[in-house]
Design a protein around this ligand. Structure first.
Ligand code: COA
Length: 390
């Protein structure tokens, strides 16, 4: 794959993020205004300084969703959608737009308002077309990873469940330090292990939160970055792949990997010049839509050798004070998952951490951060990986 990348050519110079959770008193317009104005303010600019916008949202169509509440004065607003990786897709396109020279300042912004949709969780959007693809909910699709991983690497179901619970425990512990997270309480291991089943072996506490929220980033070419902030962060790699979607039907697919993630990680590491991610990446935000997803991602992203991530989980390698902290802001599990905003929320944590502004969850002297955002289901998905640094 020819992917030249834009290493060190684009900077993020302002970011904003709303609190995630249930916003009964706010519409998506209010959330967009909140995130956008936080971002304008952090870059020290006026709304009219931004030349073009990329809006990521799953639920609504067209740039009018953004141009109306922000009262944008006849500027381009592009609506993008790419499953749960929608926010990252908006960021990727805004970065390429300024890198090309077409615009000087661009905003990527994502939003979703899921909580007052009238149903719990996310429903299955469309029935199988030919009877061969299962009509499964998200928790059911991702639950298939757990027994497959346990069997392949010799974990009995009780031990496997403990490993998954340890991931949720870590992410709730991190989220408890985050005033913008949906769930801001530590949850004991016993409560996670005994939470009501959603899709065996996953319980409620293995699932990401369904939330309302918005997040935004302002980007410019690297040489202009210090006009806007003393501490910009720089894009080292942006990779996005869509798989062939054959996993659920392929005889050789065993549900212990996301091939799309392996491909996008390989591409991103090449763009950034990273050869040993376990050692070189200081921290990561990964797509923990369900606990077994995070487990498998550790191996697909090259953080742990195959078959060993569960040991790294149990010995605290990915904890906030571990060697490679993962989901320091609480992740989808604790921060919540308003689809269009999530990829940008992950980047918001990189922004805070790399600038030393993450408060009680600050990681010591991080140099390179990675965000990973997935859309779809095991064997049938799109995957985004970014690497950013000072
Ligand atoms: N993690 C932790 N606590 C959760 C939770 C979660 N994921 N979801 C709900 N809760 C808590 C609520 O805070 C509430 O607690 P309270 O009674 O103390 O106030 C309680 O559980 C019930 O909340 P409710 O909103 O009624 O839950 P729900 O039944 O509507 O939703 C799930 C629970 C698991 C179905 C929902 O969180 C879910 O579908 N998550 C997955 C989302 C998803 O598929 N995203 C796409 C990923 S690809």
């Amino acid at each position: 794959m020819a992917s030249n990348g834009i290493k060190d050519r684009v900077a993020i110079v302002g970011m904003g993020c709303t609190q995630f959770g249930e916003h009964w008193d706010k519409g998506s317009e209010d959330l967009l205004i909140d995130a956008a104005y936080q971002a304008y303010e952090s870059a020290g600019i006026e709304p009219n300084d931004v030349d073009a916008y990329w809006l990521g949202t799953m639920g609504q169509l067209s740039g009018l969703v953004l141009s109306v509440p922000l009262k944008i004065d006849y500027r381009p607003v592009t609506h993008v959608e790419n499953f749960c990786a929608t926010g990252s897709e908006a960021l990727r396109q805004a970065c390429y737009a300024v890198a090309s020279g077409a615009y000087d300042l661009a905003m990527a912004i994502g939003v979703e308002k899921l909580k007052d949709s009238g149903y719990s969780g996310l429903v299955v959007s469309s029935p199988a077309n030919d009877g061969t693809l299962g009509n499964m909910s998200a928790p059911a699709s991702f639950s298939l990873l757990a027994p497959a991983y346990f069997k392949k690497y010799g974990l009995d179901p009780a031990k496997g469940k403990e490993v998954l619970a340890r991931i949720a425990w870590k992410n709730h512990r991190n989220g408890a330090k985050n005033p913008k997270a949906q769930f801001r309480k530590e949850v004991p291991m016993e409560a996670i292990l005994s939470s009501p089943k959603v899709a065996d072996p996953l319980g409620v506490m293995d699932c990401s939160g369904v939330a309302d929220g918005s997040a935004a980033a302002i980007v410019c070419r690297a040489e202009d970055a210090h006009k806007y902030t003393q501490h910009p962060i720089f894009i080292k790699a942006l990779s996005f792949v869509a798989g062939p979607g054959e996993g659920p039907l392929a005889q050789d697919y065993d549900f212990t990997t996301f091939r799309e993630v392996v491909a996008s990680a390989r591409d991103a590491y090449k763009q950034a010049g990273v050869t040993d991610p376990r050692k070189e990446i200081s921290m990561a935000e990964v797509h923990d839509c369900f606990t077994p997803t995070e487990l498998v991602l550790y191996e697909d992203l090259g953080f742990s050798p195959r078959g060993t991530a569960w040991q790294d989980v149990m010995n605290g390698f990915f904890d906030l004070d571990g060697t490679l902290p993962v989901n320091p802001d609480g992740g989808l599990k604790s921060f919540g998952h308003p689809i269009g905003a999530s990829g940008l929320r992950m980047m918001y944590e990189m922004w805070l951490q790399l600038r030393g502004e993450a408060g009680p969850r600050q990681i010591e002297n991080p140099t390179l951060g990675l965000t990973h955002n997935l859309g779809g289901a095991p064997g049938r998905c799109v995957s985004f990986v970014s690497i950013v640094g000072r």
